[in-house]
Design a protein around this ligand. Structure first.
Ligand SMILES: Nc1nc2c(ncn2[C@@H]2O[C@H](COP(=O)(O)OP(=O)(O)OP(=O)(O)O)[C@@H](O)[C@H]2O)c(=O)[nH]1
Ligand SMILES: [Mg+2]
Length: 386
């Protein structure tokens, strides 16, 4: 079986660290009478954190290792010693990753900014040692609280490629050829459909070093919005593009009709998402070196009412005009924000229960552990325990 190289959807199990239990201990030292309680607090459990990384562009790592478990906090100890905090587990994920809770279906996080990090499972708080429960009426408390529970959830990660411009077209229209002609990306080019199976981003660099990222997405076919030919899996990679570039095979290879191709593509986008349909777009007529393309161009404009940018990836004709038009429409000053109109965030903020003061809610929910009274014989210095 061929090893996988690209994964854009994966389910993972995340579990934060449990908080360490608070300690129950009495100070026992020679010549120190009534030493009192000295049990320290447990350490906080580690968080599971998803961190955006610009160095990876696939969820492949999580596909092979889908268990993300952070470390538990260590229990508190005598002499008021705190337990060690559990280590956070920081998982690098590619930019453009959406994180959903499998059980609720809610969007938990949307990772779009370089360096952005999101806690997807918060570590349990450390328990309180018996040193906190000393009072004027209880000089030797045996109460202490257990560490907070870990948080465990199943998450679905979906990667949606982020680029300024997304290439949209039927298989064989020449999308990969266009990306190759304008950037240093090297997608596979061939005369059979679905040559490109994974999205690929290339960067177009202008003479003044301005840059535009352009994504080559696998070909779309009729019915894609309803899932035909893995259409949905491909269309989602266009959601994050500021500008859509329709690439039309104007030569009408294999008896295709370019005007019909354009109408079908538009219909698929309309059906997939109204938001995407309103995105700024350019229409490119490719393969203009071909005689048939020259004949088809006027009819295309007549049928669709659109004046496409005529290019040929083979002869490089029209590519500069396309580059300039693309630059005009991808305005670097306007930042595009993908909206999640029907989805809401679901990150819970747990109260931070570290520190000396025991918050009321922690006291309310804490399960107090009562330990057996130690035998007087073996612990002579604990004479103050009743
Ligand atoms: N004559 C001519 N052929 C072209 C031009 N651009 C691309 N082609 C050819 O069209 C075929 C398909 O090109 P690709 O770039 O692989 O097309 P694609 O849209 O990426 O196709 P998929 O990845 O299958 O969706 C290849 O045989 C290319 O050589 C062009 O400007 N002129
Ligand atoms: Mg291709």
């Amino acid at each position: 079986m061929k090893a996988k190289t690209f994964i854009d959807q994966v389910e993972v199990q995340v579990r934060s660290g449990k908080g360490g239990d608070g300690s129950m201990s009495m100070r026992r030292e020679a010549l120190v009478e009534f030493g009192g309680p000295d049990g320290g607090d447990g350490g906080r459990g580690g968080d599971v954190v998803f961190k955006a990384s610009e160095h990876i562009n696939s969820l492949l790592g999580l596909y092979y290792d889908p268990k993300c478990y952070a470390q538990d906090g260590a229990p508190g100890q005598s002499q008021k010693m705190f337990g060690k905090r559990g280590k956070d587990l920081v998982v690098p994920v590619p930019l453009g990753t959406e994180v959903y809770d499998v059980d609720t279906g809610l969007l938990v996080a949307d990772i779009t900014e370089p360096g952005q990090s999101v806690i997807v499972a918060k570590g349990g708080a450390g328990g309180y040692g018996n040193v906190h429960f000393k009072s004027s009426v209880n000089q030797a408390p045996t109460e202490h609280t257990p560490g907070g529970p870990c948080e465990e959830r199943r998450l679905r990660l979906e990667l949606k490629t982020i680029a300024d411009a997304g290439l949209l077209g039927f298989p064989n229209a020449g999308k990969s050829s266009l990306l190759t002609a304008l950037s240093s990306a090297t997608p596979k080019i061939a005369s059979y459909p679905f040559t490109t199976l994974n999205p690929m981003v290339g960067t177009i660099v202008y003479d003044d070093w301005a840059k535009i990222a352009m994504a080559d997405v696998p070909g779309i076919i009729e019915g894609a919005a309803k899932g035909v030919g893995l259409g949905l899996a491909f269309l989602k990679h266009l959601e994050r593009s500021k500008v859509l570039v329709y690439v039309i095979d104007m030569a009408g290879t294999d008896g295709r009709e370019p005007w019909r191709d354009y109408e079908v593509l538009k219909k698929e986008i309309d059906e997939y998402s109204a938001e995407l349909a309103e995105r700024p777009h350019l229409v490119v007529a490719n393969k203009m070196d071909d005689e048939a393309a020259k004949e088809n161009l006027p009819r295309f404009s007549e049928e669709t009412g659109v004046e496409p940018i005529a290019v040929s990836c083979a002869s490089r004709e029209g590519l500069d005009a396309f580059k300039e038009e693309l630059r005009r429409i991808v305005n670097p000053k306007t930042r595009f924000h993908h909206t999640h109109a029907d989805r809401k965030l679901d990150i819970k903020d747990m109260p931070d229960t570290t520190g000396d003061e025991i918050p009321a809610e922690a006291m309310q929910f804490a399960t107090f552990l009562k330990l057996e009274k130690p035998k007087a014989k073996s612990h002579p210095s604990r004479g103050n325990i009743h």
